[in-house]
Design a protein around this ligand. Structure first.
Ligand code: MLC
Ligand code: AMP
Length: 582
């Protein structure tokens, strides 16, 4: 069975009572629930804040574009978005046999996993899952089957929605999920040839304390955990950014980030749509495309990315634009943007400076995490952007530093001080899915989330990230990678395990990537003649894990140093094998 999302207005006949078209009555947009005695079966949307915000955009401007889908080369209005969401939500509900989010006796919301390319179909799917009161589990489009299968087995979904782009995974996902879990192809949506003149019906919302989103995140354990946020959390996170960075309806975001992490989902998609702006969505970052769009002065107002993306944009400019006739158009185009933000990893000051020389923009740096959304941010005003600093607590977010060993709270003394960052506020996630112990361990007794990041706070209250407490967490290109997971995958890989005796994975500092994943490998005696090269290691590992987690450095060694307890000191390994040459 397939979910048929209607693409022609003909399927939406019940949306078109004569004489009440939006075009003619923009200030009094009819909503079915109030204006007509229509069948109760008409798809309706719960009054979630995001949907209400979208409705108010439609009321103000029925033609307002929500999404520009660059793969389809089509634009989609807010009113079409709400209608498509309502239609898909109704169909999702049919699969969630009898689940009703308004009934509080449901202790666990059903999970709906979905795999869709970044674009309009992704947004409709995610919003429709939210409308159905289920937990959206966005799968990563660059994951190989085995990693998708892990996410499926761990998130235990009741339904999987699969975009045709990823049809090749259907059999493998079905095998993992079992025959009781339907895998339903979602028919891609197209821009309607006519307008959608009516808003869907709205009904009272279920409680916002219900679980809404599950994002897989790596930690100090070897397996990624599902981090669950509620509707309340998501809306709070997005509103806090809207307030701090002043998103509004005139904003147009060029969105190039993956949509299985908070940077892309919350900062990019949700906050912009909550503010009534337009999101121009690309399936993947490409420096040439971004420069070409920026060169069309005034066509976008915002851009958000990880430091590696800025490094790529600088390289592209230097190689292809600087000194050419298009240089001034490109510079003026980017200069006209309102806001350009960097985050998810430390922004090297050299990158910040080079980008500023080209664009005139001093990148706004902020700090966040899957479990907290965004916590700290430099200000919109130029004098609130400090080199190397991630700024001050965002609206509604509490931040404190504690002493690493004792847990003592470091009170502001008017002096520079450093410690572990702890966060509290409505921005915090609810739990790691079905991991009560990990959840409990990650909070202090008084409800502060222990981020594992170490920071310095200066006398003016600005925070500077100094690094992570654990060497087992690597950040490469903005992705968080567990060194332990990579080690386990190498030792467990069918082709590699006969060759590898011991392996240690570390993050090696790198200007472009932040860190690169490096594997220090001692081969088995039997394998010393065959050897192992980086290409072979990467080829085999890419079957088991996302390419971004796969080591890009391989160091073969005769022995791996251990202390008297048999433990590896990764800081020593880094010094020994990867210290910069004098
Ligand atoms: C890609 N590769 C990576 C990588 N990304 N390797 C290490 N680390 C990464 N992040 C691999 C590719 O698989 C490829 O391998 C090779 O590197 C070169 O690929 P590419 O095509 O040049 O790279 P590209 O696909 O363009 O990706 C680069 C990137 C991407 C920077 C655009 O990594 C990216 O989108 N990063 C953003 C991640 C993100 O959104 N993080 C936010 C997490 S939330 P091969 O072998 O095929 O050549 C969070 C909280 C917060 O952190 O604060 O925001
Ligand atoms: P993730 O778990 O993928 O959400 O990654 C969150 C982690 O990214 C944080 O715990 C930090 O270590 C890191 N991070 C996010 N933003 C910044 C930043 N601006 N500077 C340094 N590190 C950052």
């Amino acid at each position: 069975m397939s979910i048929e999302v209607p693409v022609s207005p003909g399927h939406h006949d019940w949306h078109f009572p004569a004489g009440q078209r939006l075009d003619f009555f923009p200030s009094s947009v009819p909503s079915y629930g109030h204006s007509r005695n229509l069948s109760k079966d008409n798809p309706a949307l719960p009054e979630l804040p995001l949907f209400l915000a979208a409705r108010s955009v439609v009321l103000a401007d029925p033609h307002k574009v929500a999404i520009v889908d660059k793969t389809k080369d089509q634009s989609f209005t807010y009113v079409q978005l709400l209608n498509d969401v309502a239609a898909l939500k109704a169909q999702i509900q049919q699969y969630l046999s009898g689940y009703d989010p308004t009934v509080s006796s449901h202790s666990e919301e059903p999970r709906v996993a979905f795999l869709a390319p970044a674009g309009y179909d992704y947004v409709v799917t995610q919003w429709a899952v939210w409308a159905a009161g289920a937990v959206a589990v966005p799968l990563c489009t660059s994951h190989p089957l085995k990693e998708l299968q892990y996410t499926i087995s761990d998130s235990d979904p009741s339904l999987i929605l699969l975009h045709p782009t990823f049809q090749k995974f259907e059999a493998g996902l079905q095998e993992q999920a079992g025959s009781a879990v339907p895998i339903v192809p979602v028919t891609p949506l197209t821009q309607s040839s006519k307008n959608f003149p009516f808003l869907p019906r709205f009904t009272t919302s279920f409680p916002l304390s219900r679980r809404a989103l599950m994002i897989y995140t790596s930690g100090t354990t070897s397996r990624p955990k599902g981090c669950i946020s509620t509707h309340e959390t998501i809306v709070f996170q997005a509103r806090s950014l809207v307030e701090a960075w002043k998103y509004d309806r005139s904003d147009h975001l060029i969105h190039v980030l993956p949509l299985h992490h908070v940077h892309g989902i919350i900062n990019g998609l949700t906050a912009t749509l909550l503010a009534g702006g337009t999101v121009e969505m690309y399936p993947k970052f490409d420096a040439k495309t971004v420069w070409s769009r920026w060169s069309q002065k005034g066509s976008s107002t915002m851009f958000m990315a990880v430091p590696t993306v800025y490094s790529r944009l600088i390289d592209y400019f230097d190689t292809n634009i600087r000194g050419t006739p298009s240089e001034s158009t490109a510079r003026e185009g980017v200069q006209a943007l309102r806001l350009i933000v960097s985050g998810s990893a430390a922004l090297p000051i050299a990158t910040k400076r080079k980008f500023e020389e080209i664009s005139g923009h001093e990148l706004l740096e902020r700090y966040g995490m899957t479990e907290i959304g965004m916590g700290l941010s430099c200000g919109l005003e130029r004098d609130q952007r400090i080199d190397g600093s991630v700024g001050w607590p965002l609206p509604g977010v509490q931040v404190r530093l504690t002493e690493e060993k004792s847990g003592r709270i470091i009170t502001s003394s008017g002096q520079d001080e450093s410690g572990m960052i702890e966060i509290r506020g409505p921005n915090l996630f609810l739990e790691y899915f079905r991991r009560p112990e990990s959840t409990a361990e990650s909070f202090t007794q008084d409800g502060w989330f222990k981020t594992g990041d170490v920071a310095k706070r200066e006398a003016n209250g600005a925070y500077f990230i100094l690094g992570r407490d654990s060497v087992d967490i690597i950040k490469s290109g903005g992705y968080k990678i567990s060194a332990l997971e990579v080690e386990r995958k190498i030792l467990g890989n069918e082709a590699l395990s006969p060759l590898v005796s011991e392996v240690v994975v570390v993050g090696v500092e790198n200007e472009e990537w932040g860190q690169r994943v490096a594997a220090v490998v001692k081969l088995k005696d039997s394998a010393t003649t065959t050897g192992l090269d980086l290409a072979t290691l990467r080829k085999h590992l890419k079957e088991d894990m996302a390419a971004y987690k796969v080591p890009s450095i391989l160091k073969l060694v005769d022995s791996i140093e251990r202390n008297a307890m048999g433990k590896v000191n990764k800081k020593e390994i880094l010094k020994l094998h990867f210290a910069p040459k004098e």
